[in-house]
Design a protein around this ligand. Sequence first.
Ligand code: PEP
Ligand code: MN
Length: 338
Amino acid sequence: MIIVMGKNVTDVQIDVVVKKLEAAGLQANISRGIERIVIGAIGDERPLSEEMFTPLPGVESAMHVTKQYKIVSRESHMENTIIDISGVKLGGSQIQVVAGPCSVETQEQMDLSAQFVHEAGCSLMRGGAFKPRTSPYTFQGKGAEGLEIFRRAADKYKLPIVTELMDARQLDIFLKHDVDVIQIGTRNMQNFDLLKEVGRINIPVILKRGMSASISEWLMAAEYIAAGGNHNIIFCERGIRTFETYYRNVLDVTAIPVLKKETHLPVIVDPSHAGGKAWMVPALSQAAIAAGADGLLVEMHPNPCEAWCDADQALSPQALKDLMGTLGGIAQAIGRTL
Ligand code: PEP
Ligand code: MN
């Protein structure tokens, strides 16, 4: 059972609901989002009925949600959620493209990247300062200095920034640099303590799919963030592991309509980490938009051959421009805009 509270709800009204749940032998999880406060019942729900809560002051609705994931489920919220990322709206009719290098390298590289992202018509910029590398002997990212470089480059074009958080201890530096979107990478999708930490703040979170995670595990991971009160969650399909070795991962296009059915939250696709080769990125991007994705997260480097990380999959600035030129028509065919 979840109880959705109305806009101007008071603490006293919340308390009445909590007490009522406790009297029935359950506990309450209060999830304080910006848009709505949702109280989740924890325990055996059989003694509960919706009518026990709907007449109470401050209660907007109460419903039994059959899914294990509650706040993120479409069952609990029918309309698409549109997330406002420093003025850029994701999840509505307009498709948004996040582009930029895999990792922050130098000020010059980031300045050029920001310029090319802007010129290609993308609305947000990506770049990793803390990198989750398979080998401890490869470049691990520029760290805090990288965030500074990134912020400086992106600010010139007013591009909101997307960057990966690997450890809750880095959260203060992320807040200090006003990171617009926190990315949780595939390797951390089930790092539950990290998910709880980003659940406590209100910065939008891109939650990448674990490389071997089922859709229900992914939805439950998002529920961890939502349960803490952060409802600004964006799902990102980035390819999964299969027996196929020809490409880096298999882009699970099927997951897009499934997620759009199961959750009201936006869904984006990372074609770069799926294919692992730049030449695959246009086809995968086009397929993702055609299948209903709300946006893309694409790697681009001013000089792909010299990228310090993921060089094979980085688009050149011209290739990004060309890709953007093909997406408008697809968006239009399905009633959306770019
Ligand atoms: C990335 O976006 O640079 C990244 C490391 O992605 P993933 O977590 O999907 O591998
Ligand atoms: Mn990468």
